[in-house]
Ligand binder design. Structure first.
Ligand SMILES: Nc1ncnc2c1ncn2[C@@H]1O[C@H](COP(=O)(O)OP(=O)(O)OP(=O)(O)O)[C@@H](O)[C@H]1O
Ligand SMILES: [Mg+2]
Length: 312
């Protein structure tokens, strides 16, 4: 399906979120939509998928002008969007979530829906249990659920808004393989991101937004320097980190073990000196929150000790 956006304008109060954007996506293509925070990417995609209405401009599907009044309307026409913040219902089971949005009669035919669900999961190699609860899924699995749901409801153009935030590296590999598979089937994919490396690895073309306007389009192979220039309007040089003399240790952790009944973090040894900036890296749910709570005195350690300015 060919998707064309023509002269889209959208304003929120004083903010011109989209200004005169025209963009075409062909079937079989993965288009990257790149831009820094606030550039207008989500707004444009919400217009395309019927969540909000543009102030002016039009959408053409296979050359025919359309006007969406709701996301369900857009999905009926074949445009589905996976949002930056998942729109699923954590207290429900996967199958119940999957059926949402389908007419009620079909909703009652659970066995039929479950068969379709399993077939779609098998097609993409997703390991999802239809009877599990959404609240027990990882971010990557919730994405997989939403992808099969949108495809089942007829999406031929799939929009993914910042889908690699919060998923693990293997889940990203799986997601990219899925998107390539969809493109190979002739579907169009719009991949919204501000991560250059993701766009470079996946997309056939990239469109760059800056301050609400489309500032350039380019095809693979991409030049990172050119994309950065388009995104920020100038070349970005990474500033040299000045060396800072470290002061006395402020926070010291020795064999610190913290838990909240569901998970445990540690034992951890760490010394943080005055003037030092420590990065805490790891996938969501690796224990960062427990560590921060223990450091802030909100959670008593199960074992080990913690000193702040030399006081235990
Ligand atoms: N519903 C809204 N009401 C008011 N302002 C909004 C609304 N939605 C977006 N904006 C504003 O419009 C501009 C574009 O926002 P948008 O969410 O489209 O950017 P984005 O490129 O998706 O950014 P990010 O990378 O942070 O997701 C921003 O200044 C934002 O604050
Ligand atoms: Mg956004």
């Amino acid at each position: 399906m060919q998707v064309q956006l023509q002269h889209i304008h959208k304003r929120f109060g004083l903010v011109q979120a989209n200004r005169d954007i025209s963009l075409t996506v062909e079937g079989g293509m993965i288009l990257g939509l790149l831009g820094e925070n606030g550039a207008g990417k989500s707004t444009l995609m919400k217009v395309l998928s019927g969540f909000i209405t543009a102030d002016s401009g039009q959408i053409l599907l296979d050359g025919r002008a359309t006007h969406f009044t709701s996301p369900a309307d857009a999905l009926r026409a074949g445009v589905g969007m996976l949002h930056q913040d998942p729109l699923d219902f954590p207290p429900l089971r996967l199958l119940e979530n999957f059926i949402l949005g389908r007419d009620s009669q079909l909703g009652q035919r659970q066995a039929e829906a479950e068969r379709d669900f399993r077939a779609l999961c098998q097609q993409f190699g997703f390991d999802l249990d239809p009877q599990a609860f959404v609240s027990d899924l990882s971010v990557g699995e919730r994405q997989q659920l939403e992808i099969v749901r949108l495809l089942w409801l007829g999406a031929r153009t799939l929009i993914l808004d910042e889908p690699t935030t919060g998923i693990s590296a293997p889940q990203k590999v799986k997601l990219f393989a899925t998107l390539r598979q969809l493109a190979a089937e002739g579907k169009s994919v719009i991949f919204v991101s501000h991560k250059l490396e993701d766009v470079e690895a996946l997309c056939h073309r990239v469109a760059v937004l800056r301050q609400g306007a489309l500032v350039g389009e380019t095809a693979a192979p991409f030049s990172a320097a050119h994309l950065i220039q388009l995104m920020f309007g100038q070349e970005i040089t990474v500033p040299e980190r000045p060396s800072v003399p470290l002061g006395q240790p402020l926070l010291e952790l020795r064999q610190l073990l913290v838990g909240d009944g569901r998970m445990q973090m540690g034992p951890l040894d760490l010394t943080i000196a005055a003037g030092e900036v420590i990065g805490l890296a790891g996938l969501e749910g690796s224990g960062q929150q427990l560590l921060m709570q223990a450091c802030a005195g909100l959670l008593a350690p199960q074992a080990g000790r913690l000193w702040w300015r030399g006081c235990s």
